[in-house]
Design a protein around this ligand. Structure first.
Ligand code: 9YT
Length: 135
C-alpha cells in the first residue's frame, strides 16, 4: 500500500511548476498503478493551451472557477468544483482560470515525473524504464 501526503510533495521532485501552474504528482508511473494522479494548482488569470497527443487525461475541479475552450469544436464550458472533463479524444483545449483553480488530474499512460509542456502543450511519452529510479 502507498500512503502519500500532499505536504510531503511540496518541496521535492514530485512538485513540478510551469509558468501557469504547479503540479503535485501524487502517483507516477513507477508507483505501478497504470495511471498517474496529480493535484494541480493553476494560477488565477492564466490561460493554458494544451494538447495531450500522447495521453488521455481526466480532470476533476475541486476549487476555483474558470472555463475550458474545446478547440476541436470551438465550444466553451464553465468549470467549477464538482465538474469533470475527460480528454478521451486527445482534444486540443484552453483552460482559463478566473481564480486560483485546483484540479485533480489522472493521466494514462502515467507520467514519470519531470514532464512539462512542450511547444504544443503536450507531454512527451517517457517510459518509466527510461526515467530510471526517479522518486
Ligand atoms: C488541469 C491541468 O493543468 N492538467 C494538466 C496537468 C497538470 N499540468 C500536471 O499535472 O502536469
Amino acid at each position: 500500500m502507498i500512503i502519500r501526503r500532499l505536504e510531503e510533495l511540496n518541496s521535492n521532485e514530485r512538485s513540478v511548476s510551469d509558468t501557469n501552474w504547479t503540479s503535485r504528482r501524487l502517483l507516477l508511473a513507477q508507483d505501478g498503478m497504470g495511471f498517474s494522479m496529480h493535484d494541480t494548482i493553476l494560477h488565477a488569470g492564466t490561460e493554458t493551451q494544451m494538447w495531450y497527443k500522447n495521453h488521455v487525461e481526466a480532470v476533476y475541479c475541486v476549487e476555483g472557477e474558470g472555463e475550458i475552450v474545446d478547440l476541436e469544436n470551438d465550444t466553451v464550458h464553465p468549470i467549477t468544483p464538482g465538474t469533470l472533463y475527460a480528454l478521451d479524444k486527445h482534444d486540443r483545449h484552453i483552460l482559463k482560470a478566473k481564480t486560483r483553480f485546483r484540479m485533480i488530474c489522472v493521466f494514462n499512460p502515467p507520467l514519470v515525473g519531470p514532464e512539462t509542456h512542450d511547444d504544443e502543450g503536450a507531454y512527451p511519452l517517457i517510459r518509466a524504464e527510461e526515467a530510471g529510479a526517479r522518486g
